[in-house]
Design a protein around this ligand. Structure first.
Ligand code: UDP
Length: 242
C-alpha cells in the first residue's frame, strides 16, 4: 500500500532512499511500465499552472522529493517525508544493484555526445552494467519516430530521459507504453553530471540541504528559474496557516 503526502497537490511517496530503490527494483519485475518522477520545489511550482504536468505527477508510480524544500514543506503534514531522495542518487544506486543482472538501460537526452560519454563512464564505474543504447536529446519529430523505434527494438528494462522538466515527464508519459521499458525516470541534467561536464554540489552542501544554492552560484543562468523557490516557500506557508 502506497503512503503519500501532498505538497501543493503533488503526492510524494513517503520513502527513504533504500525503500525507493527496493520499490524501483520491484517495478522491474511486475511486467508493467512505470514512471518515476523526481520533482524539486521548482517543478512543484510549475505543476501549479501546468495541468498536464500535475496530472502526470498525480498518476506517476512513484514520486520522490529531489529537493530539501519539499521535505521541509511536508514537515507538519500527517506523514512527513523521511529524507531527500535525489533522482541522481537513486539512479546510481539502481546501477549498482542491477549490474551483473540481465536488466538493461537506455540513455535519452543531453547535448550531442553527452549521453555517450555518460554511458561509457557509468559502465566503467559499474562493471557489468548493460547500457544498450544512447541518443542525444535534440531531435525533430521525424527523428523522434526513429528513436522510439530503436528504443522499442532494444527493449531496455530502464529508460532514463534527460530532457529537462517538464519536457521529459511529458515525453515519458506519452511514449512509455509504446516503448515498453519497465522503469522510466526523468533525470534532468544527470547525464551532464555522469559525463563529468557538470559537477554535483560538494558533499558539505548536500549535507546541509544547500545543493540548490551551489547550483545557483555555479550556474547563474538558473537564477530566473530559481525565483520560484521563495514563491514555493510562501505558498506552502500560506497553505499551512490559512
Ligand atoms: N535537454 C535536452 N533536450 C532539450 C532540452 C534540454 O536533452 O530539448 C537536456 C540538456 O542538455 C540538459 C538537461 O536536458 O542535459 C536539462 O538539464 P537541467 O539541469 O536544466 O535539468 P533539470 O534537472 O533542472 O530539469
Amino acid at each position: 500500500m502506497r503512503k503519500t503526502t501532498q505538497v501543493l497537490k503533488v503526492p510524494f511517496d513517503v520513502v527513504t532512499m533504500s525503500e525507493a530503490v527496493e520499490r524501483a527494483l520491484k517495478f522491474l519485475e511486475d511486467g508493467r511500465s512505470h514512471i518515476i518522477c523526481t520533482p524539486n520545489p521548482e517543478i512543484v511550482m510549475e505543476a501549479q499552472t501546468d495541468k498536464e504536468l500535475l496530472q502526470i505527477l498525480r498518476a506517476a508510480d512513484m514520486v520522490i522529493p529531489d529537493g530539501i524544500g519539499v521535505v521541509w514543506a511536508s514537515r507538519y503534514s500527517q506523514y512527513p517525508l523521511k529524507e531527500r531522495v535525489a533522482g541522481y542518487d537513486l539512479v546510481q544506486k539502481l546501477f549498482s544493484q542491477i549490474k551483473d543482472t540481465e536488466y538493461t538501460v537506455y540513455f535519452l537526452g543531453g547535448a550531442p555526445g553527452v549521453a555517450n560519454t555518460a554511458a561509457k563512464r557509468m559502465m566503467k564505474q559499474y562493471p557489468g552494467l548493460k547500457i544498450v543504447g544512447v541518443h542525444n536529446g535534440y531531435f525533430d519529430a521525424k527523428e523522434e519516430k526513429k528513436i522510439i523505434y530503436e528504443i522499442k527494438k532494444l527493449a531496455p528494462s530502464i529508460l532514463l530521459v534527460g530532457l529537462g522538466a517538464p519536457k521529459q515527464e511529458k515525453w515519458i508519459y506519452e511514449n512509455m507504453r509504446l516503448i515498453g521499458a519497465k522503469v522510466c525516470i526523468g533525470v534532468g541534467g544527470s547525464f551532464d553530471v555522469m559525463a563529468g561536464t557538470v559537477k554535483r554540489a560538494p558533499a558539505i552542501f548536500q549535507k546541509f540541504g544547500l545543493e540548490w544554492f551551489y547550483r545557483l552560484i555555479s550556474q547563474p543562468s538558473r537564477f530566473f528559474r530559481m525565483m520560484r523557490l521563495p514563491k514555493f516557500v510562501l505558498k506552502v506557508l500560506k497553505s499551512r496557516f490559512f
